[in-house]
Design a protein. Sequence first.
Length: 153
Amino acid sequence: MGKEHRAAARLAAVQALYQMEVAAKGINEILAEFETHWIGGEIEGVQYEHADVEFFREVLRGVLEDQVAIDRETDAALQHGWPLRRVEAVMRAVLRAGVYELRQRRDVPARVVITEYVDVAAAFLGKEEVGMINAVLDRLARKLREREFTQRP
């Protein structure tokens, strides 16, 4: 599967994380809903891209399994002691998925992770929120993957 399928999987994972939080749905219900209706389907006249379903599942499960550590690291990276729980739900979903990939998917370059989740954020959020997501993910990437930013090509 190509880059566009991973991008679609990231978008779906963020939407699923958001749905789980605001609608209080469990992972099995969300997986069934997204894999049956959203991924590659058409909803209200909008055609959704085909996604890398395995990658979608991995990001979703990875965030849920490691959410305490992800939230702790994200809290530390947010400016002025603004805790993640006070951040808008879509922003939380984007940050959690992005931080998961930075922590666990070393095969994906940190700059790619940042760019992909900034793009996802731009689909839902305003310029200021997107800028904040970029800053937080960049700060965490430089901490979690320091060598990627200090090594010369």
